[in-house]
Ligand binder design. Structure first.
Ligand code: G3H
Ligand code: 13P
Ligand code: ZN
Length: 309
């Protein structure tokens, strides 16, 4: 089976009250860990590549690794550009065979966001590729862009209908209180489910995307801190909130930081217990297994997308 778009996945997820996991990938072990879990749990999958991942790994290498994963697993896999910030970047990914792109023009005015998104949608649809856009602004760090909590803005549900109609976009990321990275909430975690409800009331059946959805498991933070790390106050989105979002209009849940935490916790522990080892396979192997286990947990307990193929 070739790479697929997310169109069919989202339709079924919306109707079934679950969400598809979109996991960020930067290297072979990450791709293998994610895909092994999805294969064993019979889950559809979105693998996403950020601009930073492209810079780090070279998009051609990532594309070939994902193609190998498709061939090896037989899974329906969608290859998605995460947070594309220009038409040119989206076009390059479309031309290289990605099946989905995100144009994140959320830093621009409403009118410019529409204009930029529409442009990408037209090119993408001509090439059989689907597009995600963003309305509202998440706090946190993506690549070199650091949006402070004060500059973050919840999505205005009143703008959604017009945005979707004028851009013809396929899915929409909204800001309801999540943020990127491992430090999401200072006090109690709070998500604006009222905004999500109002959005789905205004665009019924339309797939919504939740970014910044890592839950920052405390056992991983504790393991990192136990073995020489320093991450006090790291805190994520409680899993029950993500389950609730997945049962509503949210069809795609983006997870990156939790995988990074799993890798770092595993490798820190490994070196502490095996200070003389130096073969990367000895620590990248356990890191890959840790990714597999956390992705399996997400698929079954958070996303609800197991046994869907
Ligand atoms: O939303 C951002 C993702 O976690 C990707 O992170 O830009 O550091 O690759 P990155
Ligand atoms: P996290 O940092 O919460 O994993 O969010 C990832 C994300 O939204 C990627 O686009
Ligand atoms: Zn994101």
């Amino acid at each position: 089976m070739p790479l697929v778009t997310s169109a069919e996945m989202f339709k079924k997820a919306y109707e079934g009250g679950y969400a598809i996991g979109a996991f960020n990938v930067n290297n072979m072990e990450t791709i293998q860990g994610i895909v092994e879990a999805a294969k064993e749990e019979r889950s559809p999958l979105i693998l996403q590549v950020s601009a930073g991942a492209r810079k780090y790994a070279n998009p051609l290498y990532l594309k070939k690794l994902v193609e190998a994963a498709v061939e090896d697993s037989g899974l329906p896999i969608c290859l998605h550009l995460d947070h594309g910030d220009t038409f040119e970047l989206c076009k390059d990914c479309i031309d290289k065979g990605f099946t989905s792109v995100m144009i994140d023009a959320s830093a621009h005015s409403f009118e410019d966001n529409i204009k930029i998104t529409k442009n990408v949608v037209e090119y993408a649809h001509d090439h059989g590729v689907v597009v995600e856009a963003e309305l509202g602004k998440l706090a946190g760090i993506e690549d070199d862009v650091n949006v402070s909590a004060e500059d973050a803005a919840f999505t205005d549900p009143g703008q959604v209908e017009e945005f979707v109609a004028r851009t013809n976009v396929d899915s929409l990321a909204i800001a309801i209180g999540t943020s990127h990275g491992a430090y999401k909430f200072k006090g109690e975690a709070k998500l604006r489910f009222d905004i999500l409800e109002e959005v789905s009331r205004r665009v019924p059946g339309f797939p919504i995307v939740l970014h910044g959805a890592s839950s920052v498991p405390q056992y991983l933070v504790e393991q990192i801190n136990l073995y020489g790390g320093n991450m006090p106050g790291a805190k994520g989105v409680p899993e029950e909130m993500l389950r609730k979002a997945a049962s509503m209009a949210v069809c795609k849940i983006n997870i990156d930081s939790d995988l990074r935490l799993a890798v770092t916790a595993t490798i820190r522990k490994y070196f502490s217990e095996n200070p003389s080892h130096f073969d990367p396979r000895q620590y990248l192997g356990p890191a890959r297994s840790a990714i597999k286990e956390i992705v399996r947990h997400k698929i079954i307990n958070v996303l609800g997308c197991n046994n869907k193929i």
